[in-house]
Design a protein around this ligand. Structure first.
Ligand code: GLC
Length: 736
């Protein structure tokens, strides 16, 4: 063991205070640490020592390995050093709602709490780096990992990922924003070559990553598996050096996705960072025992200057210094599976639920009036927490909807039956499973019952709860890492069964649709009460019941436009989507931007969500805007109903004076307001001139032209309540 790093007194006293040092102190500590390492010791900072570890740093305050763990909604149980199997007994951690659920809260406070829970649970587990948040924009509803990401809009994703990352890092744990970049499908994710124009890249697919770096100070970035314009993301000079380092000043380190590195010297010379892979694979590449060390050998052959290895290793050491791992500075204590974490999982989940329809005011339900309840759909009692590839979790418990209803209605008979639909999943052999250890269900046939049986049971019940949607898994209509769904619609037999059940016109039929991505439905016009939830983790059943029975007034808003048909989507109409070479021909017309341009009315619009009360919104006034200062909108929101509730004020910008092609409107700001019945509050929302900018491809910078802009204030992208014009005096360019 080398002598510990002797640090200058000034630096030491700083460390004693807190772990999350300021950048200069951390850089100073990193530089001192680096100066004492040999070339091979430096390269050990740049390649996994196991599936989820980096080798101990000689001279650091600890001789422990730097430890990583997935992912965006839980801390995954420990993996074996050389593979994807779990160390037994597996640790248990809280499983929070998925990020597609968090996105539906439109609430920066929940994003912060979500990150803090994960940071605390990492610390309790001795995990130094969390491999999340995933922020890839939803380009196609078929992507198998939309459930793990923050929706279709760059502003919503950017504004939610910042507090998430700050929450994680407030516990002296490095967050890892992923997958950088243009990883918007799982189909052939390891080989597909993606092409996008610079404006679309900068206006749609980069903003969340940019916010993670420039506003949240994220300490790590995971590159994606795909190619970008023919060059692997893990060795793409434009994205890794041109954007990350030169434009954004990223100080942390880049880590490849597992197995996502393809070269050594070329990657190192083009902004590469830490190479990760399944332990046994990385051991064959970097093996202290055999001395195999491609990066050091590349240096010794003169292909890579030592200075480049120093720059790469310094980034890893910087993150280690920032978290206190390197210097032994006191790090925040963690905890896991606490009642507080479980409360957060339940309440965040409940506030993520979107009430799409509530005709005849069927909701909320009155538990006392319910004596015989029929729940239709076996997924209502199928646990999901242990599914989802690298996002899977091992939880202390999981409350399904059926279990929660049964607990909630001890006086009633609550019965579960399958759909009257014989749904057969194609066999999926194990080779289709992703390397991330995704479980591969070999399920081939859903349970089903006859229509008469189901009809008789439904007519005998006073309440019918129909649970539909997708499930996590690697088969054709499931959602998970490593594969896309093969079709937008639910299997036709399920669609038919939904029509059959809804045609019975049972007077109290509640439909709950769970999915992390929009799913093709042909029956929604027949549903009076329709709730949309994403995967809510271990408190899912309780969260849904809290909304069903009115303990929580639903306030979720769609973070993804819900198209009527796959053919209505931008990718289906003008983008390319395949397993080899894709071009984002739809450009920045993603989601609602596309529906505004094409005039195709979606089934449910971006930002839509009802509640058990109603709200008024009025623009009180707009301040600022002179001499380049931001515009501050004052919006009066009134609860005009009889229940306390929360509303999300959404502000979009439109460009009547635009001299270049621009979308009809784009989300720029949002705020959630909590109001008692009859109460009015003023929400203040800020829009900077930079917020109004577009990417000027000729000047290679963001630009806001002088002229008139329109601000649209509403409760969804299709429910604009008031608007106003603002004037920008001078055209401005922005460094970034
Ligand atoms: C997977 C995933 C990534 C995950 C990593 C480690 O391939 O793409 O999101 O963090 O491997 O499990």
């Amino acid at each position: 063991m080398k002598k510990p790093i002797l640090l200058s007194a000034t630096v030491l006293c700083a460390f004693a205070a807190q772990a999350m040092l300021d950048d200069d102190e951390a850089l100073s500590a990193a530089r001192e640490a680096l100066s004492r390492l040999t070339l091979r010791e430096k390269t050990m900072l740049l390649a996994g020592s196991g599936t989820m570890t980096l080798a101990p740093v000689p001279g650091a305050a600890t001789d422990r390995e730097w430890t990583m763990s997935d992912s965006s909604s839980t801390v995954r149980a420990s993996l074996e050093r050389w593979g994807w199997s779990y160390v037994e007994p597996q640790e248990e951690n809280t499983k929070l709602p998925s990020l597609s659920a968090l996105a539906q809260t439109w609430d920066v406070e929940w994003a912060r709490k979500h990150g803090e829970v994960l940071g605390a649970e990492c610390r309790d587990r001795g995990v130094d780096q969390l491999l999340g948040p995933g922020v890839n924009i939803m380009r196609t509803p078929l992507c198998g990992r939309n459930w793990e990401y923050l929706g279709e809009d760059p502003v919503l994703a950017a504004k939610l990922c910042v507090p998430f990352i700050k929450g994680v890092q407030s516990y002296d744990v490095a967050a890892t924003v992923k997958h950088f970049c243009l990883n918007n499908q799982e189909l052939a994710r390891g080989s597909v070559d993606t092409h996008v124009d610079d404006r679309t890249l900068n206006e749609i697919y980069l903003p969340a990553f940019r916010a993670a770096v420039k506003e949240a100070g994220v300490l790590a970035i995971m590159t994606s598996y795909n190619k970008i314009d023919g060059v692997w993301a893990s060795e793409n000079k434009y994205t890794q050096k041109g954007i990350l380092r030169d434009r954004w000043g990223f100080k942390g380190f880049v880590v490849t996705d597992w197995g996502g590195q393809h070269t050594t010297a070329f990657a190192a010379m083009n902004g590469g960072g830490v190479e990760m892979h399944r332990g046994d694979r990385i051991r064959r590449i970097y093996n202290p025992k055999t001395g195999a060390c491609p990066l050091a050998e590349a240096v010794e052959r003169g292909e890579v200057p030592v200075s480049t290895v120093d720059e790469m290793a310094l980034r890893t050491l910087f993150a280690m210094a920032k978290t206190g791992f390197l210097t032994g500075a006191k790090r925040k204590r963690g905890e896991r599976n606490t009642p507080e974490h479980q409360r957060i999982a339940r309440e965040e989940g409940a506030e993520s639920i979107v009430l799409l329809k509530n005709d005849r005011g069927l909701l909320p339900l009155d538990a006392k009036a319910m004596k015989k309840v029929l729940v239709v759909g076996m997924l209502a009692d199928e646990k999901q927490c242990r599914k989802g590839g690298s996002a899977e979790g091992n939880t202390p418990y999981e409350v399904t909807l059926f279990a929660a209803l049964t607990n909630r209605l001890p006086h009633a008979e609550v019965k579960l039956m399958p759909f009257c639909a014989k749904t057969v999943h194609a066999e999926t052999d194990a080779t289709n499973a992703t390397e991330a250890g995704a479980h591969v269900e070999m399920k081939t046939e859903e349970a089903y019952c006859s229509e008469d049986e189901l009809h008789a049971a439904a007519m005998a019940a006073d309440t019918l709860v129909v649970f539909t949607g997708t499930e996590l898994g690697v088969q054709e209509n499931m959602e998970s890492e490593g594969r896309d769904r093969v079709e937008f619609d639910l299997p036709s037999q399920l669609q038919k069964a939904m029509h059959t059940i809804l045609d019975w016109r049972h007077p109290r039929t509640i439909v709950i649709s769970r999915s992390g991505t929009p799913v093709g439905y042909t029956w929604t016009d027949k549903a009076d009460a329709l709730l949309k939830t994403s995967y809510l983790g271990m408190e899912e059943g309780n969260a849904i019941c809290d909304v069903l029975f009115g303990d929580v007034n639903p306030c979720g808003k769609l973070a993804q436009t819900w198209p009527r048909r796959y053919e209505d989507t931008a990718v289906a109409q003008c983008g390319t989507y395949n397993a080899t070479n894709i071009t984002y021909n739809e450009r920045f017309y993603v989601g609602y931007r596309w529906h505004d341009k094409s005039g195709i009315v979606p089934l449910f619009p971006f930002g839509h969500g009802l509640g058990y009360t109603t709200f008024n919104m009025e623009l009180e006034g707009i301040d600022g805007g002179r001499g380049g200062e931001p515009f501050t909108l004052r919006v009066a929101v009134e609860n005009t109903g009889s229940r306390r509730g929360k509303e999300v004020v959404q502000v979009y910008a439109a460009y009547p004076d635009a001299k270049v092609e621009r979308c009809a409107k784009e989300l720029k700001a949002f705020a959630k307001v909590d109001l008692a019945p009859g109460e009015t509050k003023t929400a203040k929302l800020s829009i900077s001139l930079r917020d109004l900018a577009y990417w000027d491809e000729f000047n290679h910078s963001f630009r806001t032209d002088a002229g008139e802009y329109e601000v649209l204030i509403g409760a969804s992208s299709a429910d604009i309540r008031c608007k106003a014009r603002v004037k920008v005096d001078d055209t401005r360019f922005f460094a970034d």
